[in-house]
Design a protein around this ligand. Structure first.
Ligand code: GTP
Ligand code: MG
Length: 363
């Protein structure tokens, strides 16, 4: 027994000293980065592809607690230099509810994986009452993608303002890229402002349309067509095949009336069936051509830098607002002014000005 205890003791001592060495090395790295060890380890775990670490980091992005936001900023700082970001393609997918966005993402995502890529699917859904339903829908419509080890699917954070959801989605994109996902698909849920926000977060914007054109462009505003880089008429199968082809013809004519796209490309209109998985390879091909063109004419880089400036401006505004609103003293002033506006005792503009003055010179 005693003989056996000797070497074990030595082993323990060796282990302890090597653990010490690791601790010291980590501490040295820590002081170089100035980030807590826990965050440093977290960043490495994300870069090493830990889905758990990625999921937890996205939860931070969705949180409104100051300490969570601080942690996330440190984490993003450490991941900032990730070279993986420049290899990623960010694609937005939009269209009226029921057009087939989730069904399309299931096939489109699988096609990228087959080409050797890793796919992350995110959703922007600022309306709390819809998110439960769409989450459920997505789980069934993206069944095989959900199970694929090269895919990561995250539903939209629920019950948040559009600004909050957009910021969380932007940060989630950065986190997914750091984790090695190089094809990012962002589905917009709900029609309205979310399209504009997703357009601002992505390189290419894909608009899905239903067969049967006309009718006020299916409730899709002209502005959304102007944002699209590629238009896909879905459900080109069964009895709706010829309707879909007809619609594609009409959209091809309609896009000539729109202003020229900033990326220097012609907006293509294709037909497909997300359900029967036809036209998916052509869609990938169209995206590859767009990306090649944008790399050659530097639009990809230019658009990302324009988006970054815009995000900086938006973040400054929302941070200023959040900070001011959440101090108890400012909260009181805010509520008082809000009541005065409600009672029409003061104009909205004058109240806003007063609010700003109260932040600038607190009493
Ligand atoms: N025939 C046919 N049906 C389709 C096709 N794509 C989707 N669908 C059906 O259309 C319905 C809606 O599909 P989803 O993929 O959930 O549509 P979505 O745009 O994601 O819907 P929301 O998330 O609610 O906005 C489902 O019943 C699908 O099976 C298609 O190419 N052909
Ligand atoms: Mg959907």
């Amino acid at each position: 027994m005693a003989q056996k205890a000797g070497p074990k003791k030595n082993n323990n001592a060796a282990q302890a000293s090597s653990e010490d060495a690791i601790r010291q090395a980590k501490a040295r790295i820590l002081s170089a980065h100035g980030a807590p060890l826990e965050i440093l380890q977290w960043a490495r775990d994300i870069e090493n592809g830990s889905r758990k670490a990625l999921g937890q980091a996205i939860t931070l992005a969705e949180s409104r607690l100051t300490e969570d936001r601080d942690k996330l900023e440190e984490l993003l700082d450490l991941l900032q230099s990730s070279e993986r970001r420049s290899n990623s393609w960010r694609m937005g997918i939009t269209g009226v509810p029921g057009v087939g966005k989730s069904t399309f993402i299931e096939s489109f995502g699988a096609a990228w994986i087959e080409k050797g890529h890793r796919v992350a699917v995110l959703a922007v859904d600022p309306s709390s009452e819809r998110s439960g339903g769409s989450l459920l829908g997505d789980q069934t419509r993206m069944e095989s993608l959900t199970r694929n080890p090269d895919a990561f699917i995250r539903p939209s954070p629920s019950a948040r303002t559009l600004g909050g959801v957009t910021r969380a989605t932007h940060e989630s994109i950065l986190l997914c890229e750091a984790a090695g996902f190089d094809r990012i698909l962002v589905e917009t849920v709900g029609v309205g402002q979310s399209e504009t926000s997703v357009r601002q977060l992505t390189d290419a914007f894909i608009l899905l349309m239903l067969p049967g054109a006309g009718d006020d462009l299916q409730g899709i505003k002209r502005g959304i067509m102007e944002m699209a880089d590629l238009i896909l008429v879905n459900k080109c199968d069964g009895p709706t095949t010829s309707q879909a082809q007809q619609a594609a013809l009409q959209y091809r004519q309609a896009i000539h009336l729109l202003p020229a796209a900033e990326g220097g490309h012609l907006v293509d209109v294709q037909t497909m069936s997300a359900l029967e998985q036809t036209g998916i390879a052509e869609t990938c091909g169209a995206i590859e051509e767009l990306m090649q063109l944008w790399e050659d004419n530097h639009w990809l880089e230019k658009q990302r830098s324009q988006q970054a400036v815009r995000q900086f401006n938006d973040h400054v505004r929302s941070l200023l607002f959040e900070q001011s609103q959440f101090s108890p003293e400012h909260q009181q002033t805010w509520e008082r002014l809000q009541t005065e506006v409600q009672r029409q005792q003061i104009s909205a503009f004058a109240a806003a000005r007063k609010w700003l003055n109260s932040i600038a010179s607190p009493t």
